[in-house]
Design a protein around this ligand. Structure first.
Ligand SMILES: Nc1ncnc2c1ncn2[C@@H]1O[C@H](COP(=O)(O)OP(=O)(O)OP(=O)(O)O)[C@@H](O)[C@H]1O
Ligand SMILES: [Mg+2]
Length: 261
């Protein structure tokens, strides 16, 4: 993928916590309209990567290029200002507030910007764009399903008109039907031309929705694959660290084949 198409590129990003090397020399590219799944075992560095991109932690070194400019992301506000939105696994919704209130919570800094009717209209617009299955926007979030909550959290993150959206394990707590609903949302985000980074442990979800899968292992890149080309075996091998063996075995097989009479 050419550099011009990438909305976001990381090069050589490194982050340590004391003696722990959480990320070492990590590269990542995300193009507009591309869904990049970031996968890896526990402790691989996925959350650290998300936190660096969302301005929670600064990187120790490395370069982040956003829309062709080298940028720093020192704070969550800086991430938001650039156009990088993050939907965390806990969603941070207010259970007792309704959908409209949750969508517009935190916009109080400009209290007279939108009135009630406008907020409701805008809510419906957003939900329609996401093909969301939410019957009414005046119900408390507590009464919504897991998939619907994920929808509300994603819709809220779109209010700032981001170019990149990071979804942290968006289907982790969901059953089959709700997972399908959320994967459908991811498709809508791609259609809107957003660059999507999806952290996931679920290989079926990755296969269903991602274009590209980037594997982290022990804080380092361990392969970037086009989802349509990668086998489940190779992906698991890259995640678990068996990939060196797989590659070595293949090479050995090829060599054997070559020398065999
Ligand atoms: N704030 C921190 N202080 C110290 N060490 C940390 C901190 N955050 C992460 N780490 C360490 O950095 C490494 C990467 O952790 P990270 O949470 O990024 O992995 P992960 O891929 O998100 O794992 P999981 O799948 O379990 O969520 C781990 O060894 C972890 O213990
Ligand atoms: Mg994590």
């Amino acid at each position: 993928m050419s550099a011009q198409q990438n909305v976001l590129s990381l090069r050589g990003v490194t982050k340590t916590f004391g003696a722990v090397a959480a990320l070492t020399d990590v590269d990542l590219d995300v193009a507009a309209g591309e869904v990049v799944a970031v996968v890896g075992d526990n402790g691989a560095g996925k959350s650290t990567l998300v936190k660096i991109l969302s301005g929670v932690h600064p990187a120790d070194s490395g370069t982040i290029t956003f829309e062709s400019k080298v940028v720093g992301i020192p704070t969550p506000a800086a991430a938001q200002h650039l156009g990088i939105a993050t939907v965390y696994q806990d969603l941070a919704l207010c259970e007792n507030l309704n959908v409209v209130e949750n969508l517009f919570l935190g916009q109080e800094v400009r209290p007279f910007r939108l009135n009630e009717v406008e907020m409701e209209t805008r809510s419906w617009e957003l939900l329609r764009q996401l093909s969301a299955k939410i019957p009414t926007v005046r119900v408390p979030v507590a009464s919504l399903s897991g998939g619907q909550r994920q929808t509300v959290a994603i819709a809220r993150s779109l209010l700032g008109d981001p170019k990149v959206i990071i979804l942290d394990e968006p289907t982790a707590a969901l059953g089959v039907a709700q997972t399908a609903e959320v994967l459908n949302l991811v498709e809508r985000l791609r259609e809107r031309g957003l660059g999507v980074i999806m952290i996931s442990h679920n290989m079926a979800d990755v296969r269903a929705v991602a274009d590209t899968v980037a594997v982290l292992r022990l804080g380092r890149n361990n392969g970037v694959f086009a989802v349509k080309d990668v086998t489940a075996e190779d992906l698991i091998a890259a995640i678990t660290g068996a990939s060196d063996n797989v590659v070595a075995q293949r090479a050995a097989r090829r060599t054997e084949g070559g020398v065999r009479p």
